[in-house]
Design a protein around this ligand. Structure first.
Ligand code: ADP
Length: 232
């Protein structure tokens, strides 16, 4: 089973008397253990695709299966539970809570879900993203790259079926961006994670093993990158 299956997904927005098809019939699978970059011009439907795939938005028609679960007809409470159990998010702006330490930010989603935080798992995740003792600091005391490492650890800790990333390196300098992208690629290849990443940046996309191009709400073309950056 694919991590995400989208079948005939349409999303229509109405503006006064006109309507816009943000997604005009999208059929795509995101296989387990793959890293896909979604590219395309502004307004081509990238955010809408990410939001529909993640159960943040309901398609107007069509079907989305997330980790084998059909999202069609689920109510907000059910969708929230599904996201909690099966999805991690990484955003351009990190979205960390400033009053909490890195470590507290990482475990917050687990605590909100009423789940026990396993100390060994926390250590493992903190080590895997290369944070070390920095994790005891609050976001304001950390660099952008360190803040994004916290956000990645937060997304990884519950071992979700899929991680959705929306321009995760948009606020980082090139060097730091490359470190973060290597980390994401590594979590796909070593931990079998599935990542779907929206990006404008060809450098970021070069770390994915598949690149999907959207145009006018449709998949215009896609390519596989057997030569994606090798992971040490
Ligand atoms: P991208 O992420 O590629 O920039 P979006 O998915 O944000 O594209 O938008 C796709 C299209 O849908 C655009 O024409 C955009 O203006 C429209 N759109 C997106 N969200 C809304 C909304 N909430 N209301 C109306 N139109 C929207």
């Amino acid at each position: 089973v694919s991590a995400v299956q989208m079948r005939g997904v349409e999303k229509i927005y109405h503006r006064g008397s006109t309507s816009v098809a943000a997604l005009a019939g999208v059929d795509i699978d995101f296989e387990r253990g793959t890293f896909t970059a979604v590219m395309g011009p502004s307004g081509s439907g990238k955010s809408t695709l990410l939001h529909c795939a993640a159960g943040l938005d309901q398609p107007t028609s069509g079907k989305v299966l997330l980790d084998g679960v059909d999202l069609t007809g689920k109510n907000e409470t059910e969708l929230t539970m599904l996201r909690r159990d099966r999805i991690g998010f990484i955003f351009q702006a990190f979205n960390l809570l400033p009053a909490l330490t890195g470590e507290q930010n990482i475990v917050l989603p687990l605590e909100l879900a009423g789940r026990k935080v396993n100390k060994a798992r926390l250590r493992e995740v903190v080590d895997s993203v290369g944070l070390g003792e920095r994790v005891k600091h609050r976001p304001a005391e950390l660099s952008g790259g360190q803040q994004q490492r916290i956000a990645i650890a937060r997304a990884l800790i519950a071992q979700p079926a899929v991680i959705f990333a929306d321009e995760p390196t948009g606020a980082l300098d090139l060097r730091t961006a490359r470190d973060i992208l290597s980390l994401l690629a590594q979590s796909v290849h070593q931990l079998g994670q599935t990542i779907v990443m929206v990006t404008h940046d060809p450098v970021a996309a070069s770390y994915a093993d598949r690149v999907v191009f959207l145009a006018d709400g449709r998949i215009a073309t896609e390519m596989y990158r057997p030569t994606a950056h090798a992971v040490a």
